[in-house]
Design a protein around this ligand. Structure first.
Ligand code: SAM
Length: 184
């Protein structure tokens, strides 16, 4: 079984008009995805943000729930938050996790040569380098990230006739982690 890490990327990110932007860290994304990662045995969860002040904010949140009053008040929150890492770039997130790790990316869109979740799970269950699974924010990961990825996962598809499948990143992470690592 290959080692698995998760990264939540805040730059480079697509904006609604297709430009490349930096998004702000959402507090809920820190907690909810950390708990999903811990639940599914993901080794580490890395917040990727280029702005130092945003990384410091995330560090303070982590400290509150691992060493501060949050850890004392709600001990269950501590283990997932201890797996939280904070890095400036996706490349640094990869290096901190494992320099040999493959970057796998996710999107609500049908990306070229995308891999179905069942096939991705089989790859993860087999042998190979570690995998860093990247999620986006805003309107999704920028093409410079998705085009360079080793694997582009197929989207979580909708049965709706209009195909609406724009999930929150928190929901998408939980669903994909269950499909990739959930108990059968
Ligand atoms: N603020 C927005 C929110 O949380 O509602 C941010 C949305 S952000 C673009 C959604 C991210 O979650 C995508 O970059 C992708 O990583 C993932 N995602 C959302 N919907 C998805 C889907 N249907 N299939 C796969 N991944 C999805």
């Amino acid at each position: 079984m290959r080692r698995l890490g998760v990264a939540l990327v805040h730059f480079p990110i697509l904006a609604k008009d297709g430009s490349i932007v930096t998004t702000a860290i959402t507090n809920l994304d820190i907690h909810d995805i950390a708990r999903s990662c811990y639940t599914y045995g993901v080794e580490s969860y890395t917040l990727v943000h280029p702005v130092a002040a945003q990384r410091e904010l995330a560090s303070r949140v982590k400290e509150h729930w691992t060493e501060g009053s949050g850890a004392r008040r709600i001990p269950d929150r501590k283990p997932p938050m201890e797996c939280l890492r904070i890095e400036e770039t996706l490349e640094e997130a990869r290096s901190a996790f494992d320099a040999d790790a493959e970057i796998w990316v996710t999107s609500a869109q049908e990306m070229v040569q995308c891999v179905e979740h069942s096939d991705a799970r089989a790859q993860l269950d087999g042998d190979g380098p570690p995998v860093l699974l990247a999620f986006g924010t805003g309107w999704g990961l920028a093409p410079e990230v998705t085009e360079r990825a080793a694997v582009r996962l197929s989207p979580i598809r909708s049965p709706r006739t209009d195909g609406y499948n724009h999930l929150s990143v928190r929901a998408a992470a939980a669903i994909l982690l269950d499909r990739l690592r959930g108990a059968p």
